[in-house]
Design a protein around this ligand. Structure first.
Ligand SMILES: O=C(O)CCC(=O)C(=O)O
Ligand SMILES: [Fe+2]
Length: 423
């Protein structure tokens, strides 16, 4: 955006402060194991076996690996097997059991405290056992996102059982940031030797891959993480999120939107959305915003700006840069005119343009169309056809897809900036 706003220090300070809180968020830690929790029981062809990870031999691990089925992954609506993309063994949760449980070792509390918004820290989470995976020498899982199994699923938990292995790190990538979780190192016994598993929890829309295991067997338990709605998010007051003073300074600046206007934030994460009817409402997603996006919403709410989530569609008629809507719609690219008008009639969608972009509008009078000052860039959401990375998940599609959203906040004129609820 090349506009005068880039020369306004109050604006660039706020923009930097928001970008500063947007970083890949995840949660890791060690889980001490004891005689009760170090064993995995499994069955194959009607016979039962077990592996005690306190003293598992290479033969024990090889037998476990040989008892697994080749792991598949999801491409669109199908589960496929392709060793170019994923080479690993998996066992379904019906065929194994362990006394180890994430609820009893502090993992769930750690997830609540590090990944969720401060208003969510007493919220119930459902941790659903998904699979046991064995990555032997040469095994890997290329970059993918975890398929959302419902619109309340927000992430995945991977528990790495203690085995000596090399390679097999989990590598995460999200919006230009990369981060590695070295599983071999995380479960290596320290001095004095202590048997411990390791865990990593992450938001499912964050791309991740398992790098090649070069020796040994890497054994993981994977779990799906969901919000349970019995204890919904506590509403205000939320502790003041970090960028509040910079937004406060921006709103006090008479050179920033003197007549008022709209400010927009492209959300950092994608959200699982149920494509089948009844479709997920944006208000439901707003209750389930992931930590950093919830912080951005809280910044606006703490300064009493009316703010709500919107989907963004491109406008084919070039009357405007884009259309902001209150629901997900199955539109082509660019949106067919009829559908865009339907959204405007039925859903209260509005046309808008990016601040400073009015010169690119053809023939229309931008005075009728509001502009949005983007604090963080927004990308368009306007079709279900999924991009390369979305199409490859760890399971075939279950009627849910990840969607990109933005948050739009209304700013009043100088001296009367508040547009939302007052305390
Ligand atoms: O086993 C792991 O470390 C993670 C595997 C994974 O990403 C998945 O199963 O989706
Ligand atoms: Fe995964």
């Amino acid at each position: 955006m090349i506009t005068a706003l880039n020369h306004l220090p109050t604006f660039t300070n706020f923009q930097e402060a928001v970008k500063g809180i947007q970083r890949v968020s995840y949660c890791t830690g060690a889980i001490p194991l004891d005689a009760n929790t170090s064993t995995v029981f499994y069955r194959i062809d009607g016979k039962t076996f077990h592996v005690d990870f306190a003293k598992a031999s290479t033969e024990d691990l090889k037998l476990l690996a040989d008892s697994c089925q080749p792991a598949t992954f999801g491409v669109g609506q199908k589960d496929v097997f392709d060793e170019i993309y994923r080479k690993a063994g998996k066992m379904d949760s019906a065929n194994f059991a362990t006394q180890f449980h994430p609820y009893t070792c502090g993992v769930v509390d750690a997830i609540r405290n590090t990944m969720l918004s401060p208003q969510d820290t007493d919220r119930d989470l459902k941790v659903e056992m998904y699979k046991l995976n064995v990555y032997g020498p040469g095994a890997f899982f290329k970059a993918h996102v975890d398929t959302p199994r419902s619109d309340t699923m927000f992430g995945s938990l991977v528990v790495v059982l203690p085995t000596k292995h090399e390679g097999g790190s989990l590598v995460f990538r999200h919006r230009g940031t990369e981060w590695t979780f070295d599983t071999a190192q995380a479960v290596s016994t320290g001095a004095p030797p202590e048997l411990r598993a390791a865990f990593v929890a992450f938001f499912g829309d964050v791309e991740h891959e398992v790098s090649v295991v070069t020796s040994g067997y890497r054994v993981t338990l994977t779990y799906n993480l969901y919000y349970e709605d019995s204890h919904p998010r506590r509403e205000e007051p939320a502790p003041s999120p970090l960028p509040v003073p910079t937004l406060s300074a921006l709103l006090a600046d008479p050179n920033f939107l003197p007549e008022g206007g709209l400010i927009g934030f492209g959300l950092f994460h994608k959200y699982a959305f149920r494509a089948e009817y009844p479709r997920t409402k944006l208000s439901e997603i707003e209750r389930n915003l992931k930590g950093l996006d919830a912080a951005v919403r809280n910044v606006c709410k703490s300064l009493h700006l009316a703010a709500s989530l919107k989907t963004l569609y491109r406008d084919s008629m070039r009357k405007a840069e884009f259309c902001l809507a209150n629901e997900f719609a199955d539109l082509g690219y660019p949106a067919e005119d009829g559908l865009l008008w339907y959204l405007m009639e039925a859903d209260g969608a509005i046309l808008a343009y990016g601040y400073g972009e009015e010169k690119r509008l053809k023939g229309d009078n931008p005075a009728d169309i509001p502009s949005v000052v983007w604090i963080t860039e927004a990308s368009a959401v306007n079709k279900f056809e999924l991009t390369y990375i979305d199409a490859f998940g760890n399971k075939a599609g279950l009627g849910c897809a990840y969607m990109q959203l933005c948050l739009i906040a209304k700013v009043g004129p100088v001296g009367k900036r508040a547009t939302g609820e007052q305390p």
